[in-house]
Design a protein around this ligand. Structure first.
Ligand code: ADP
Ligand code: MG
Length: 708
């Protein structure tokens, strides 16, 4: 990249963005496509051909030889299958071709993607379909390039196999409901409502050379052993500290690559833990924001590799040190650019805002555990409730002013939404007051931060699509209730504000139990939550049980997000992933103990024995070394007993008679305990064995020292 180029000159250079579309498409097709991007719908076949051709020409101008449908299978990451543009004419000459059909649909060999038993593998009938609302982009490699087409992924019988399809459906439903509310409030100018999202990506960087020596990180994404260093994060000197040049170099390359892809990366900074960082984008339309976040993670890994870093997205790579999350900022905006979660500067706007707020409060009140479920996996279990991330109890934080306002409405002190009433309550300047006051509580899972919500329970490695789908679904559920109430109360009265206030009043009372302004990390809150009847699913298997409950199925089916079969298959996929992750952790730990930890202990034992013998030979007692030998012996005994238990657990989980639910149950309870037990012995060993013998890179090295 030349030094003199301006950001705006190359931003989005590698995406088929609006400008490219306008330049390369006929006016008619361009307008048709824009309409579909904004409101959804199907393309005419001729238009698809025209777009495919334009895309091909554009991609070839960037050196592309292949195209790929890019999709989000349920395992959580992304997948792609590349096809060449190459084809032959009738008289055998080579040419580059790409048809509308190829753009719109492709059929990857789908046999190995998780489907939760929905398809037999031999059928392998899955197809991907272009999602025109997310722009195609160029994936550059060393020598050539690939045109990448964001897609959904379905089975031939129409069942959902990915995370994007339910997201798109949920966006559609929530946006329609929100639009209905605008119309109810007399809005005649907005053409549509869009959901907006901004995921803040946290991550760790470690030197690749260390990574290569840590089989636990390679295979499970986290350290299964590792003694705490003398210095951890207690000084909090890393947070927002000056960024090391080597890291800044990496960040700059990441940002440049993101800008070329049209991804609006906004902030970069050091996070709380040593070697932990964050990248936050400027928010965008939600579907695009998700695709961009997935691309961001991919780009970070690639660029990290080129810089000699391994980028760790795991939720808890290091014990005893903060893990990583992905705060998901979420709001709604209409086509005129109004943020619908902005408290507004007139009573009417404020009441409309309170309707949206009531909508999501009703959703969380009834279906909060589904939000916990949307972020449930083995990695995130380490974070939630560990005093570094919100607990697994889903409550909402609204801030002093909104709480006051809702309490007053509930008490019946605001029955007419006039300027005077708001002034009396000192809330007439709601937007600015709210913005100034609401971002203080960092412990709440669902925090109102002035003009958006921040859902803080998403794990750093996760695709935010599931959390967003659930937020949209909960909002849709709540808005339906609000619309019904308002329509009922507005019969006979002209004033929509009055009718809405009546509805808000009911909701303010009904949803009291999920409003919590205090410290979510405190012990008291866990007790209080029990009193309030708010569930806390501490583990993934426990939380996933909600997936197939009758209420859940009804909700997902009512809004046509997922069917009963799809939910059941999703349950199996997630539980299976949990079990596999845990079994992998067991096996890796066992391997590390047998091939690294025990041999190191034995080597150390030999050194001590030699020393002790020498001392005895010199007529001394060698008592201290004898004690060290006894310590090593105790560790070996502990490991021996632990490994026996581990084998027994693995055998139990492996047995044919053990069903998936039971496996998950064993692993999440006794299994996790055992992992911790074994770890204690290993960490003792690490602190006792001399550096030259201990081959596994230590926390102190990975987190504080850089190799050059
Ligand atoms: P805060 O400091 O309150 O978290 P920031 O302005 O730093 O707020 O924003 C944090 C993240 O929230 C950014 O990624 C930003 O783009 C995103 N964000 C801001 N406004 C919205 C919105 N209306 N909808 C969705 N995300 C938003
Ligand atoms: Mg934030």
């Amino acid at each position: 990249m030349s030094e003199t180029r301006k950001l705006t000159d190359f931003f989005g250079r590698l995406t088929f963005n609006k400008r490219e579309m306008r330049n390369r498409l006929s006016k008619k097709t361009f307008e048709e496509l824009m309409e579909i991007i904004e409101k959804g719908g199907k393309l005419a076949p001729e238009s698809a051909n025209e777009i495919a051709n334009a895309l091909k020409e554009w991609a070839i101008s960037h050196g592309a030889t292949h195209f790929a449908h890019w999709f989000q299978p349920q395992r959580g990451d992304t997948a792609e299958k590349h096809d060449t543009f190459l084809s032959f004419t009738e008289n055998g000459e080579v040419m580059e071709s790409f048809s509308g059909k190829q753009l719109i649909q492709s059929e990857p060999d789908a046999s190995s993607f998780p489907s939760g038993g929905m398809r037999s593998t031999f059928e392998a009938r899955g197809y991907t379909a272009w999602d025109p609302s997310s722009p195609a982009f160029i994936l550059k490699s060393k020598k050539a390039a690939t045109l990448v087409i964001p897609s959904v992924y379905l089975s031939y019988t129409g069942e959902v196999l990915d995370l994007k399809t339910p997201l798109l459906r949920s966006l559609h439903v929530a946006e329609e409901k929100a639009y209905d509310v605008l119309k109810l409030f007399g809005n005649r100018t907005a053409k549509y409502v869009h959901t907006t999202a901004g995921p803040e990506q946290e991550y760790f960087l470690i030197d690749k050379e260390y990574y290569k020596k840590r089989h636990d990180i390679i295979f499970t994404g986290r350290t299964l052993i590792g003694a705490s260093p003398a210095k951890g994060q207690q000084m909090e000197d890393h947070y927002f500290g000056s960024i090391k040049p080597k890291v800044l170099d990496f960040m700059e390359d990441v940002d440049l690559a993101l800008f070329e892809r049209g991804i609006p990366s906004k902030t970069r900074h050091n996070e709380v833990a040593p070697n932990q960082y964050e990248l936050a984008p400027i928010f965008e339309e939600a579907n695009l924001a998700i695709d961009h976040n997935l691309q961001t993670m991919e780009i970070m890994k690639q660029i990290g590799d080129a810089h000699g870093f391994m980028v760790l997205f795991h939720e808890k790579p290091f014990a005893g040190i903060n893990g990583s999350g992905k705060h998901l900022n979420w709001s709604l905006a209409d086509s005129d650019g109004n943020n619908l979660f902005d408290p507004g500067n007139s009573p009417k706007k404020t009441v409309q805002f309170l309707v949206f707020l009531s909508g999501i409060m009703l959703g969380v009140n009834k279906f909060g555990p589904l939000l916990r479920m949307a972020v449930a996996d083995a990695g995130n279990d380490h974070r939630l409730g560990a005093n570094e991330a919100p607990p697994a109890i889903m409550s909402m934080f609204l801030g002093d002013y909104l709480t006051l306002l809702l309490d007053n409405i509930a008490k019946g002190e605001i029955t007419s939404a006039t300027e005077q009433k708001f002034a009396d309550l000192k809330v007439e300047k709601l937007p600015s007051v709210v913005l100034d006051n609401t971002d203080r509580n960092r412990t709440s899972p669902i925090a109102f931060t002035g003009n958006k919500f921040e859902f803080r329970a998403v794990g750093s490695s996760q695709n935010c699509a599931e959390a967003l789908t659930t937020l949209n679904l909960l909002l849709s559920y709540g808005l339906d209730i609000m619309i019904e109430k308002i329509e009922k109360y507005s019969k006979g009265t002209e004033d929509i504000k009055e009718a809405a206030l009546k509805a808000i009043k009911e909701v303010a009372k009904e949803t009291e139990k999920i409003r919590f302004e205090g410290n979510n990390y405190s012990e008291d809150w866990h007790k209080e939550a029990v009193k309030r009847g708010l569930p806390e699913a501490k583990t993934t298997p426990e939380s996933l049980k909600n997936m197939t409950k009758e209420d859940t199925v009804k909700l997902f089916e009512k809004y046509e997000i997922l069917s009963k079969i799809e939910l059941h298959s999703k349950y199996d996929i997630k539980l299976d992933a949990y079990v596999k992750t845990k079994v992998m952790e067991f096996n890796v730990l066992k391997d590390m103990i047998l091939t690294r930890v025990i041999p190191s202990l034995v080597k150390q034992l030999n050194t001590y024995s030699t020393g002790r013998d020498a001392l005895e030979h010199a007529g001394k007692t060698g008592k201290f070394l004898q004690e060290m030998i006894a310590d090593i012996d105790a560790i070996l005994e502990g490991l021996h007993a632990g490994l026996k238990k581990l084998d027994k657990t693995l055998a139990a989980v492996d047995s044919e008679a053990c069903g998936l639910v039971e496996k998950a149950d064993i692993l999440s309870k006794d299994g996790n305990k055992l992992l911790n037990e074994l770890r204690v012995h290993c960490d003792k060993a690490e602190s006792l064995v001399e550096d030259d013998i201990w081959e596994i890179p230590k926390y102190s090295e990975m987190l504080f020292l850089y190799k050059d």
